[in-house]
Design a protein around this ligand. Structure first.
Ligand code: SF4
Length: 114
């Protein structure tokens, strides 16, 4: 079973609809749905906060504190697909920053649930 970290858009989560009550990223990881290759163990869930500068260092710290090296980092579908999108950076740019910081492959998107 792969070990994964999920990072998600805090602005979207805090809006109170669409995400927080359903935790679809976690369901997709547990079921191996969407962009996950199979049932996956989530070792950290990191919430981005505007303007996003803390995301990469917080992700690195979450991995360090967990003492578990994840196989992959997943950017939530809300970070990748939500419209209007993040006003500070596009998803690929954020993924590149996280990959550079952690040395771990970043996958764009978690689930395809509607
Ligand atoms: S910086 Fe972008 S991705 Fe991060 S919480 Fe704000 S809107 Fe969401």
């Amino acid at each position: 079973m792969e070990k994964v970290v999920i990072v998600a858009c805090g602005s979207y989560m805090d809006s109170g609809y669409g995400c927080p009550g359903e935790w679809r990223c976690l369901k997709a990881a547990a079921m191996g749905d969407g962009h996950f290759e199979g049932p996956s163990q989530v070792i950290a869930f990191v919430k981005c906060e505007c303007p996003g500068r803390t995301l990469a260092p917080n992700t690195g710290m979450a991995i360090k504190l967990s003492e578990i090296k994840p196989d992959k980092i997943y950017m939530s579908s809300c970070m990748v697909n939500a419209k209007p999108g993040c006003p500070y950076a596009d998803a690929q740019e954020m993924a590149d920053i996280i990959e550079k910081k952690t040395g771990i492959k970043v996958i764009l998107g978690t689930h395809d649930y509607t």
